[in-house]
Design a protein around this ligand. Structure first.
Ligand SMILES: [Zn+2]
Length: 245
């Protein structure tokens, strides 16, 4: 009896394990299909050398007024991560969790996506309180803020302040790339980036790119991409858009 059944059972087991293998493989292949999709006409933000994660928004490369690819709220700074790309949001959640585990008093809330209109209010307030020359050193003019890209966010301390301590700076210098993030405005790099050091402002560029920058000790995104930065043009007509629409 057992011998008679043995062959059919063996065949069924073989068929089933084959099916499991096929299902497993197709599940594994899904992300590859997704990652080869972005270079289509549907995604018109895909311009920088086919890698959207490497777009450079700086004082010479603005975004247009309506740029909001990840549907952020237009009247706030989106502290819960709305308006960030999915990968940026995941990196944000993971790095904050790990920073908290490492003992840094970092809040779950960030200053994330900021719309053109929101940045207009923010910048104008700084100009009123500090004068334009000083405001330009730490706050972007509307359209020139990387926060509008949906790829950047500011860490915030649990006390509500921007965190500035050296220990955090060094931790981020050594670990941010593992999350696909970089300190976008490193200390002593304003000639390249246009801004004084901002260790709280993190930018998502993907793990592969961030790791390459880390290994090659390249400090700024401008140097990594070869796209010029620094201060504003005297004449804004010399600007080039960060993303060609
Ligand atoms: Zn920022």
């Amino acid at each position: 009896m057992f011998k008679k059944l043995f062959l059919p059972i063996l065949l069924i087991i073989c068929a089933l394990s084959g099916l499991v293998l096929i299902l497993h493989n197709s599940a594994q292949q899904k992300p590859q299909v997704q990652s080869s999709q972005p270079i289509t006409q549907k995604n018109k933000h895909q311009t920088y050398k086919t890698d959207h994660n490497l777009i450079v928004v700086n004082k010479k490369h603005p975004l247009n007024q309506n740029y909001n690819p990840f549907n952020g709220a237009i009247d706030s700074n989106n502290p819960n991560g709305a308006g960030l790309s999915k990968a940026t949001n995941q990196a944000k959640t993971q790095i904050i969790s790990d920073l908290q585990t490492a003992g840094f008093p970092i809040s779950d809330q960030v200053s994330g996506y900021r719309s053109f209109n929101y940045q207009t209010t923010l910048y104008n307030n700084y100009v009123t309180s500090h004068g334009q020359k000083e405001a330009d050193t730490f706050s972007a003019r509307p359209g020139y803020s990387e926060h509008q890209s949906g790829l950047a966010f500011d860490l915030t301390g649990q006390n509500g302040q921007l965190p500035t301590d050296d220990k955090l700076y060094h931790w981020l210098q050594n670990n941010a790339h593992k999350y696909g993030l970089i300190i976008r405005f490193p200390r002593n790099s304003s000639a390249k980036t246009g801004y004084m050091g901002e260790e709280w402002h993190l930018r998502y560029i993907g793990v592969k790119n961030a790791t390459k920058m880390y290994q090659k000790k390249i400090k700024t995104l401008e140097e990594f991409t070869g796209i010029i930065g620094g201060d504003y043009h005297q004449d804004a007509r010399q600007d080039q858009m960060a993303v060609k629409e």
